[in-house]
Design a protein. Structure first.
Length: 514
């Protein structure tokens, strides 16, 4: 492991040697004290700076330690206890109250730390998950749990999603703590489990421990910090204020089961394969909303590519669906992040799990594929997308089912999805959004800052359901190859970008100093 960034790593980084803005040291004014994580706070009249080990304030060192813990979640939770115990020891050493919350699943735990504030404003909650998706070790060029630094990038499962963000956040807060900072409100840092799947994630935690989570604003994963086409400088810094709507479809083909010595063109696997090929070439219609219009307008201003700018402007000004679709195709073709920008324009559908057959000399009677879908809030409703897919598949004899939770009818689930679809984006007139915007302008003065839609999902549901504004950032500049590696192989981020992102988080938290 490399415990710190050396000169070789900096100079070999594809981001280059950007000049970092200086961060002024803050006065050592101390922290407030509290007896319980959910209790009231009382300000100390004076407090000295806390001695925090340099390693804990170094985001690379901290990230490498996080990456060393195997917290893979294959769909039913992960072993997050050793990771939580490591972080708890860091918080304890810094004098910050921290608590491990057990769930009914052994060793699948949450960690809550609470930095007491001096005022009565509702807390700021920072939400970051500790579990990660599984790895295909044979397809990685490094040990996915080593945190190896190579050519200025740190590799590991979770480097991007989202132990890197957790490292930047915690390192930035510990810098403030080490300087004796006092915040104007409590700051809660929740490192949760089961974000990548499982029964005991943030919903379970909110249902059982809301007193520890009640906050006025929440920041989690989301907004991307995108580099220009040349991959050498920041282009667009975003904070997401809304997630796409998640749902699944099941496509099933039926056929005649028979001996494999007598193949037939109507076999279930063949029928399903034809349907998948057709649906794989199809795109749902483009839907622009106020949130995505703001994003693409900012992208047009941010890019150095004049052709890309013109294509976006044509898409935003299109006066017919046909013209909008045509311009959108050009936008995606010219984008340095085509998969991301395709996803922000429409409901997406991805083929994720396929299963059929049970013996090599039997042609099976059925074949199935799970399709993961993400709808744009305020765009095409999930029920409208479902109807479109059913119309496309009707002539192919494919059964299309909405994968509703057990005990929930299709119509009930569609009504639930309608409610999520209609949830408004987080208000941007809040202290947290303002702090993110100001920190972005200071840290990335040559980039454009904008609100955005997150093409994926987060753990924010319990807070959004209570009307609490939530936003998302991944606080490091990245390129398209790194973005694609999210949930893929050789997941990695620039070390220099991680350090600059930690400066960004430090400046953001500085807006809450008392």
């Amino acid at each position: 492991m490399n415990d710190s960034l050396d000169a070789t790593a900096v100079t070999s980084s594809p981001l280059g040697r950007r000049t970092f803005l200086g961060v002024a040291a803050l006065g050592a004014t101390g922290l407030a004290s509290t007896s319980l994580l959910s209790g009231a706070t009382t300000a100390k009249p004076a407090a000295a700076a806390t001695l925090v080990p340099e390693a804990d304030k170094d985001p690379l060192n901290l990230l490498q330690r996080m990456l060393s813990f195997d917290t893979q979640n294959s769909g039913s939770g992960a072993n997050t206890r050793p990771h939580a115990e490591m972080l708890k020891a860091i918080w304890d050493n810094a004098g910050v109250p921290a608590e491990i919350i057990d769930t009914p699943q052994p060793n699948n735990v949450h960690l809550i730390a609470r930095i007491p504030g001096t005022g009565s404003a509702k807390p700021l909650l920072i939400l970051g998950h500790s579990d990660v998706v599984p790895v295909e070790r044979e397809n990685w060029s490094v040990d996915p749990f080593s945190g190896e630094v190579r050519n200025g990038e740190v590799y590991g499962r979770g480097a991007l999603d989202m132990k890197g963000a957790n490292s930047a956040t915690i390192s930035a807060l510990l810098r403030h703590v080490s300087e004796g900072a006092r915040f104007d409100r409590d700051i809660i840092v929740l490192t949760d489990c089961d974000e990548e799947a499982g029964s005991f994630g943030s919903r379970w935690l909110a249902a059982n421990h809301w007193d520890k989570l009640d906050a006025g604003m929440v920041l989690t994963e989301g907004g991307w910090f995108l580099a220009q086409k040349d991959q050498t400088s920041p282009m667009l810094i975003t904070a997401t204020r809304q997630d796409k709507v998640y749902f699944n479809l099941d496509l099933t083909a039926s056929g005649i089961a028979t001996h494999s010595s007598k193949p037939n063109p109507e076999a279930a696997i063949v029928t399903l394969s034809r349907a998948v090929a057709e649906l794989g070439d199809w795109l749902a219609p483009v839907h622009l909303t106020p949130v995505t219009r703001d994003y693409f307008a900012a992208l047009a201003k941010a890019t150095d590519d004049a052709g890309f700018t013109r294509a976006i402007e044509l898409m935003l000004s299109a006066n017919s669906q046909q013209a909008r679709e045509r311009a959108a195709r050009v936008v995606v073709s010219k984008s340095s992040y085509p998969w991301l920008h395709q996803a922000l324009l429409r409901t997406t559908h991805a083929f994720v799990i396929e299963d059929a057959g049970y013996k090599e000399n039997v042609i099976p009677s059925s074949a199935h594929v799970r399709v993961n879908c993400r709808a744009v809030p305020g765009g095409q409703k999930p029920r409208e997308f479902l109807e479109q897919v059913r119309e496309l598949m009707a002539d192919r004899g494919i059964e299309v089912a909405l994968a509703a939770p057990e005990g929930t009818s299709e119509e009930q689930y569609l009504n639930e999805l309608d409610e999520t679809w209609a949830t408004p984006p987080a208000d941007i007139d809040t202290p947290l959004y303002g702090a993110i915007s100001e920190a972005a302008t200071e840290t990335y003065p040559d980039a454009v800052f904008a609100p955005a839609l997150f093409e994926a999902g987060t753990s924010l549901a319990p807070w959004r359901q209570r009307g609490i504004p939530g936003y998302g950032v991944y606080p490091y500049v990245l390129n398209n190859e790194q973005l694609i590696a999210m949930h893929g192989n050789d997941e990695r981020i620039y070390v220099e970008a991680l350090q600059q992102g930690t400066d960004f988080m430090y400046r953001m938290f500085a807006r809450f100093l008392s």
